[in-house]
Write a protein that binds this ligand. Structure first.
Ligand code: NAD
Length: 260
């Protein structure tokens, strides 16, 4: 379905981004991986994608909190593949703290990574997409792009901001064959959520089991975590011809969380 296209998935060395990269490779796209992690494991992932799916796969270790690193990553990807056709802005991090104690450097980090990085990759990817008259941008939002939870000021602000960036991108790309949407997952069991469990337990004075069952899954009526593979399948659908008229939408995959 995506043969001949190139997909850049930020934060794809782990969790949701990795699942999206594997799915888009299975769909036939060349892949640009990005993120941090063990160099050997990343190379195993990259080489495995090439071998299993007969596509090309590259890796950039760019730190997306740094605009100049994003520019270098985009230039390198364009040099290797001619340009990015599918951009999945997925890299993100979380920090849990009451607002009055929220460390300023954590606020700045989360806004830079979860919001500003998507602005930079999008502005740099758009000229190629417009020239090709085809592009797909998937922004990894969250239920927290629609509703808030206490102690997550920076994350909630960044994800609401990302939803605004999606809508503006969707309008500017609409007549150029470019589509941009936000996927809004509920809780997906990944390393990011594992970390939050410990932090939330500390912030709320609860045990980790209480956080899992009474805080995280309390919000999710299905009482089940979303899987990274389900989110990846959703991203794949948004790149398919059937999704051609889905544009500028905040699309929930949250077990009913935001229906309440
Ligand atoms: P994760 O921690 O498993 O993966 C995060 C990825 O981002 C990793 O590849 C990491 O190396 C990369 N990364 C971190 N800092 C980076 C930086 N400065 N520059 C480049 N890459 C960097 O997280 P995840 O749970 O897979 O989350 C992925 C996205 O999905 C995030 O945007 C997150 O907000 C969103 N999300 C997650 C959940 C969930 O429950 N896990 C729910 C809703 C939305």
């Amino acid at each position: 379905m995506l043969a001949g296209k190139t997909a850049l998935i930020t934060g794809s060395t782990s969790g949701i981004g990795k699942a999206v990269a594997l799915q888009l490779a299975a769909d036939g796209a060349n892949i640009v991986l990005n993120g941090f992690g063990d160099a050997k494991e990343i190379e195993t992932l990259r080489a495995g994608i090439e071998k299993d799916h007969k596509v090309k796969a590259a890796f950039s270790g760019a730190d997306l909190t740094k605009p100049e690193a994003i520019e270098a990553m985009m230039t390198e990807a364009a040099g290797t593949f001619g340009g990015i056709d599918i951009l999945v802005n997925n890299a993100g991090t979380q920090f849990v703290s009451p607002l009055e104690d929220f460390p300023v450097e954590k606020w700045n980090l989360i806004i830079a990574l979860n919001l500003s990085a998507a602005f930079h990759t999008t502005r740099l990817a758009l000229p190629h997409m417009k020239a090709k008259k085809w592009g797909r941008i998937v922004n990894m939002g969250s239920a927290h792009a629609k509703v808030a939870s206490p102690f997550k000021a920076a994350y909630v602000a960044a994800k609401h901001g990302l939803s605004g960036l999606t809508k503006t991108t969707a309008l500017e790309g609409a007549t150029h064959g470019v589509r941009c949407n936000t996927i809004c997952p509920g809780y997906v069991f990944t390393p990011l959520v594992e970390g939050q469990i410990a932090d939330t337990a500390k912030a709320r004075g609860m045990t980790e089991d209480q956080v899992k069952n009474d805080v995280l899954l309390a919000a999710q009526p299905t009482k089940e975590f979303v899987t990274a593979e389900e989110v990846a399948a959703f991203a794949s659908f948004l790149c398919s011809p059937a999704a051609a008229q889905i544009n500028g939408a905040d699309l929930s995959i949250d077990g009913g969380w935001t229906a309440q």
